[in-house]
Design a binder for this molecule. Sequence first.
Ligand code: ATP
Ligand code: MG
Length: 279
Amino acid sequence: MKPSAEPDIAQVTELQAQLQVLKEQLLQSEKLASLGQLAAGVAHEINNPIGYVSSNMKMLAEYSSNLIHLVKLLGQQVTEESRSALWAHFDFDYVCADLPKLVQESEQGLDRVVEIIRDLKDFSHIEETEFVEADLHQGIQSTLNLVSNELKYKAEVVKDFTELPKLYCIPSQLNQVVLNLLLNAAQAIEQHGIIRIGTGFDDRWVWFQVTDNGKGMNSAELARIFEPFYTTKPKGQGTGLGLSLSRSIIEKHHGVIDVSSTPGSGSCFTVKIPRQLPE
Ligand SMILES: Nc1ncnc2c1ncn2[C@@H]1O[C@H](COP(=O)(O)OP(=O)(O)OP(=O)(O)O)[C@@H](O)[C@H]1O
Ligand SMILES: [Mg+2]
């Protein structure tokens, strides 16, 4: 006897297409996870040498200022004429002025590297694949720091943060969502614009919002943006998986992602995550 609910060809084709999308999403999220792992691994490795270079730099600052002082004192023991000749030969006045500046600049450079490492670690949180209580602002800030270079040519970033309760989430995954929304916003701006990132909460939700004054989208585009592989970016630039992956992440958090947009004026993406996870 023929089974009563035998799937027809169209259903099978549809299921195969859905399976293909899920496979691609999984691949993309595994790629992101292993990128995060790589980043955290590199950050960890760099931490150690940066630690001793930093402390050596502090000693170098102290030793070099002592040495300059010593040479000046010794200079007083020789004649004015030979001192001037030696000073000129070794460009001593210039070295005295330049050395502390070089050391100071190097210390600032090292501080910047330390910050980048901290942001990379915050961003990737490889050890966390489970829900934990986290500070959403910290995640947004470390993501902003990581892309600040890419954003600064396209937009001024304006933060509008409200004090938030702790949020129960998978921080590294929310960071991926923030990253994609920020990059999309920057990519939508043709010359130079403004990206606003705001946060807030009510009894039920904690939310964040990324607004840009870029090219916006019409309703036909809006209807498709969460489709996997939908992209308007040139070949090789966008995979079209950013928003579909972001939506999967938000759904995993039992949250919602909404968008409003006006062609020519800009777009606003709002992500809401429930404060209490459903039982
Ligand atoms: N802020 C925005 N302003 C205007 N269009 C947007 C915005 N965000 C997304 N889009 C549109 O939605 C499409 C899909 O976005 P999505 O992030 O999924 O993929 P992508 O950015 O094209 O590629 P990927 O994120 O994989 O690099 C974009 O190509 C763009 O057309
Ligand atoms: Mg994108």
